[in-house]
Design a protein around this ligand. Structure first.
Ligand code: UTP
Length: 420
């Protein structure tokens, strides 16, 4: 069968005619590459995801309830000590590993490299986000006399740059033997009319398929097998862009152990009803996080008898799993959500367009959508000023400016005690 003709037929069937003109104008080698890529794309899936962007998200009201949590601040001294000892024992015995999700595009921040290579302007000299994470883990290693294996998830787009950057900076003093960099899976980007974007390399533009891809990518990359070989029992999965992330919180670990649950998560109280974070709840008796983009306004503002937001526990990408939980999730498909983002592309005439506003849908699965595979979760409420300094936007809320302030204030308060 003529591959070019077959590819053109596929493109016509799925209303992707804009690619045909481009395809016909490419030199032989580039044309071959694009054909190979198009043949691999699951157009049926992409079109279904695109069509879903037009549908309203409907919640089964009445089946949603608030989720119980434990406030770290309010734990008795005895209880806190017991939890910390439980957690500490696991780390000291070398049963604990950490995964950093660094496969995001960071479109809102607008930094030209991978987000972890962004330098936060702290203490004059500044610190890279990867450096801040490495420091946090090194501190844990020192305190618990071990070296925690550190797995860093990248995207196909930013993998090489991340590897180069970390190598150049000598892994910020982290033992290289304990660092594994792996790559996550991708999906094509489509514009508002359902047309696939083409990138500068004359290929269909694809982007990492969300942080929910962590589980299956851990398996596909061999990292899960590697963890098992190392005897890991608990895995922490955190984001790359929280300057106050505690990657070895022994209280959280101890709580998961004490509650005999397979998953645990740290929360902070929502700053206001419309803060752009996901919130914990229980749906049909299973733990769940509802993204800010999908939370109905009425639910966002609902308060309990004490005047606290009913759905006020924010998910801050600070999650803990048993190795068995990761294994289980890695075999289950997660649902995809869509995010409308800014992505440059090549137009029909081969000219690059850099949009000023969001122009395309990125399909992402979310890490927390796996929570509903479990009956229970342990939630530990932390403190915003100790645990959450996200670097999301270029300016305003959750920006380098707010993260710098939070980071410096935290260290001002904790000069003597360390950060854990
Ligand atoms: P965000 O959802 O904030 O996305 O990621 P982002 O890509 O960093 O930024 P925007 O939305 O484009 O501005 C939260 C965490 O999940 C990781 C990110 O790297 C970050 O640590 N992530 C996100 C992945 O690892 N892979 C993805 O596909 C998406």
């Amino acid at each position: 069968m003529d591959k070019l003709k077959d590819t053109i037929d596929i493109l016509k069937e799925y209303n992707q005619e804009h690619i045909i003109k481009l395809l016909n104008n490419l030199d032989e080698e580039k044309q071959k590459e694009l054909i190979k890529q198009i043949q691999k794309i699951d157009f049926h899936q992409i079109m279904e995801l695109y069509n879903n962007t037009k549908k309203e998200i409907v919640f089964k009201e009445g089946k949603i309830e608030p989720l119980k949590y434990l406030d770290k601040e309010k734990l008795s001294e005895v209880h806190k000590k017991r939890l910390d000892e439980l957690g500490e024992k696991i780390i000291r015995r070398g049963k604990y590993a950490v995964v950093t999700m660094a496969g995001g595009q960071g479109t809102r921040l607008g930094h030209s490299g991978p987000k972890g290579t962004f330098k936060l302007d702290v203490y004059g000299k500044g610190k890279y986000l990867f450096e801040i994470l490495a420091e946090n883990l090194k501190e844990a290693n020192q305190k618990y006399e071990t070296t925690i294996p550190w797995y860093i998830m990248t995207s196909k787009e930013n993998n090489k740059e991340t590897e180069k950057f970390l190598k150049k900076h000598k892994y910020f003093g982290y033992n290289k033997e304990y660092i594994t960099i792996f790559t996550q899976s991708e999906l094509p980007l489509v514009d508002e009319d359902g047309k696939l974007l083409i990138g500068k390399d004359f290929k269909v533009k694809e982007a990492s398929d969300g942080n929910g891809g962590t589980y299956s990518s851990l398996r596909a990359s061999g990292c899960l097998a590697d963890m098992k070989e190392r005897g890991i029992e608990w895995v922490f999965i955190g984001s790359v862009d929280n300057a106050l992330l505690k990657m070895a919180d022994v209280t959280l670990l101890g709580l998961a152990k004490e509650k005999k649950v397979q998953i645990a998560s740290k929360s902070v109280v929502k700053a206001n009803p419309f803060e752009r974070v996901g919130v914990f709840c229980k749906m049909d008796n299973h733990p769940k996080v509802i993204e800010y983009t999908e939370l109905p306004e009425k639910m966002a503002e609902e308060r309990d008898r004490r005047g606290e937001l009913k759905y006020g526990e924010s998910h801050i990408m600070c999650n803990l799993f048993t190795i068995e939980a990761i294994e289980k999730i890695s075999k289950e498909p997660l649902i995809y959500h869509s995010a409308f983002k800014k992505n440059s592309y090549i137009d029909e005439n081969g000219k690059e367009v850099i949009p000023e506003k969001p122009n395309s849908y990125k399909f992402e699965s979310f890490i927390f959508d796996a929570f509903e595979f479990f009956d229970d979760i342990a939630i530990l409420r932390g403190k915003r000023e100790d645990d959450f300094a996200p670097v999301k936007n270029k300016d305003g809320v959750d920006s380098p400016k707010t993260a710098k302030e939070l980071y410096e204030k935290f260290w001002e308060r904790n000069k003597e005690n360390g950060k854990l």
